[in-house]
Design a binder for this molecule. Structure first.
Ligand code: A2H
Length: 253
């Protein structure tokens, strides 16, 4: 962790009606699962959203009358950053655990998949970002390992009531070419290091370190409006476009 505040892009993943029972108090207000990412330019490759089944989340109302779902800790931070009607006040609409919001259908910005689903990831940290993570298995080793766990293990899907069609049709999408790792860098590096599951902590750390710098400095976009351009030159622009469309917001912690 660095010394200063970290800037994240919050990706607004819009819930498709009907909402789960535990979110019924949202009524007709739009509900968003909000995921903190450092890689806004990878949103073309989203295949699902991660939440941790045993972790606490809340739903709260923003100053714009939208409902955001994230950890209470993140909501409190947001309430000091102009997200809520009143500074430092979080209007809680529902208290949830991850389990309550698994299997939700969502629409997310930039991804080619029309509908994606909330799926379980067991390694989400409660004290970082929003506790909601967007999944880009082409470029994030953690995401690839966790999606592969669900694809390969039917009992894991069954345990959390995840239907096959929320997982099986979703494959990593080539969105960025990284010279030494190809166009699915997370897949390549997970295979090279023989990563077996999302719990392979040390190897996943090594995988992230391997692809991170090279991806940022040498990665080239394969899709979207900035196709052919370098990741480092387009990151801010992709972020800015999502913010202008109200599909994303800046969040600091
Ligand atoms: B990143 P940092 Cl394509 N627990 O977004 C675990 N991981 C979390 C989290 C939490 N509570 N909150 C956010 N994250 C993930 C995209 C991505 C990310 C790509 C490649 C690398 C990457 C798609 N997932 O992160 O500790 C989110 O995943 C590599 C570290 O603040 C977020 O960005 O550096 C990143 O970790 C934030 O981690």
């Amino acid at each position: 962790e660095g010394v200063g505040p970290q800037e994240y892009t919050l990706i607004k993943m819009k819930a498709v009606q009907p909402y789960p029972e535990k979110l019924s108090k949202a009524g007709k207000k739009p509900v968003f699962l909000v995921a903190a990412t450092l890689r806004p330019e990878t949103m073309y490759g989203q295949t699902n959203c991660w939440v941790r089944p045993d972790m606490a989340y809340i739903a709260f109302e923003t100053g714009d009358g939208e409902i955001f779902v994230c950890t209470e800790r993140a909501a409190r931070n947001m309430s000091y950053q102009g997200f809520t009607k009143e500074n430092a006040v979080v209007p809680i609409v529902a208290k949830l655990i991850g389990q309550d919001i698994l299997g939700m259908a969502l629409q997310a910005p930039l991804t080619a998949y029309k509908t994606i689903y909330t799926l379980p990831m067991l390694t989400i940290k409660p004290d970082k970002g929003t506790g909601v993570v967007t999944s880009v298995p082409s470029d994030a080793p953690d995401d690839f390992a966790a999606l592969r766990d669900l694809k390969n293990k039917a009992p894991f899907r069954e345990k959390y009531n995840i239907k096959d069609d929320m997982v099986i049709p979703y494959d990593p999408v080539p969105i960025i070419d990284v010279p030494s790792f190809g166009n699915l860098c997370a897949v390549t590096v997970c295979e090279q290091l023989k990563i077996k599951s999302q719990n392979d902590k040390d190897k996943l750390q090594e995988a992230k370190e391997k692809v991170y710098l090279e991806g940022f400095y040498k990665g080239v976009m394969l899709v979207g409006a900035y196709k052919g351009q370098k990741v480092q030159d387009v990151k801010k622009q992709v972020q800015g476009e999502m913010i202008a469309k109200k599909e994303a917001v800046l969040y600091m912690e």
